[in-house]
Design a protein around this ligand. Structure first.
Ligand code: FE2
Length: 352
């Protein structure tokens, strides 16, 4: 333990009032982040801390190489959240911005799966950065360009989708940051299989799907771990689609149809139906076509087969059963397409 840390740890033994002041200063000076936010940052531009006896203890010194094995060891030891000095947060984001920019520009160079693995991790981290700062145009523009290039890359590398999905799911990003990546990854395969969309269409719909949930940023983060939400919270959740449109309108170059899709992407969700008293037969009145159906349904399947803090993951079979209930009568073609795609995805792809 170095001098600075020795001093701080021993001060935890001081009388209550002094300690309260110290803790107050800690809350103001430090920011908690997920450990994975420093993933791929070879030399973190900020000191990394954990809490010991309620006070910060430096785990890693800034500008010193941090390798992935050390990070794996920390995760093994149960460290998934760390602290950094709040004033240094911007330098960490800047470093990750550079990483995302570099990986995006070099997607076509090197081993495709390694590129995809890095890109998915960076996109999820950047969604978190953006949710914390939705007025940041520079960040939005970087995210938009990176997502668009990734869509193009994925349409050219269909064989790595399943591997990328499995690897990304194992990274265990918080679900509000991972869900858009997972659902968009499924979507691109479904759209390709449909054989009615051009590569440009697929790119646009991937971007639409990725950004559809940015309105989730309007909801306090702690709400996402709660098992039970009251009606007001549920309404807030349902409104996220409209909030996504408000955040993105006139800021990213997607068509009005894409905005319409974002607005209606929860048409089929159980929560929307619960709050607005829909039956499974009614939603088709609201949606604008096959694109909305495919984006909504891949989103539902991606969510159902993933674990949440308040419920376990359901099986693919159960999720497809719900989809049958929701769309098989009104959208038989889309239903057939989705069933075929997902059954193949989790059987044939796995065998490859
Ligand atoms: Fe959503």
């Amino acid at each position: 333990m170095n001098k600075e840390n020795e001093t701080k740890t021993s001060s935890s033994l001081l009388p209550g009032a002094y300690r309260a002041l110290e803790l107050n200063s800690f809350v103001l000076d430090y920011k908690q982040i997920f450990l994975r936010e420093v993933l791929n940052v070879e030399e973190p531009p900020c000191d990394l801390y954990i809490l010991r006896e309620g006070l910060p203890y430096r785990l890693h010194e800034k500008n010193i190489v941090l390798n992935n094995q050390t990070m794996r060891d920390w995760v093994e030891a149960g460290i998934t959240k760390i602290f950094i000095k709040a004033r240094e947060h911007k330098s960490l984001i800047a470093k990750q911005n550079d990483n995302l920019r570099t990986n995006t520009r070099s997607l076509s160079v090197g081993e495709p799966f390694e590129k995809a693995r890095r890109q998915t991790a960076l996109l999820a981290s950047h969604l978190k950065f953006f949710y914390e700062d939705t007025s940041n145009d520079e960040l939005l523009s970087l995210l938009y360009q990176s997502v668009r290039s990734f869509a193009h890359f994925l349409t050219d590398h269909m064989k790595i989708h399943h591997m990328t999905y499995s690897d990304f799911a194992r990274q265990r990003h918080h679900y509000i940051h991972s869900q858009p990546v997972l659902s968009s990854l499924f979507l691109i395969g479904v759209l390709k299989q449909a054989r009615i969309f051009s590569d440009k269409d697929i790119e646009n719909l991937f971007v639409t799907s990725f950004f559809k949930d940015v309105g989730m940023s309007c909801i306090p983060f702690e709400k996402y771990g709660q098992k039970e939400l009251d009606v007001a919270d549920k309404q807030l959740l349902v409104n996220h689609a409209q909030n996504s449109v408000s955040i993105l309108l006139n800021r990213i170059p997607i068509s009005s149809n894409c905005f319409k899709i974002i607005e209606n992407h929860h048409t089929f969700s159980t929560l929307t139906r619960e709050l607005e008293h829909f039956t499974p037969e009614q939603p088709q009145q609201l949606i604008s076509g096959i694109e909305t159906t495919l984006i909504s349904i891949t989103d539902i399947i991606a969510a159902m087969i993933s674990e949440r803090p308040y419920r376990p993951a359901t099986s693919l079979f159960q999720s497809l059963d719900l989809i049958r209930e929701l769309i098989s009568n009104q959208h038989p073609q889309e239903f057939k397409l989705l069933i075929t795609y997902f059954k193949n995805y989790f059987t044939k792809s796995k065998a490859n």
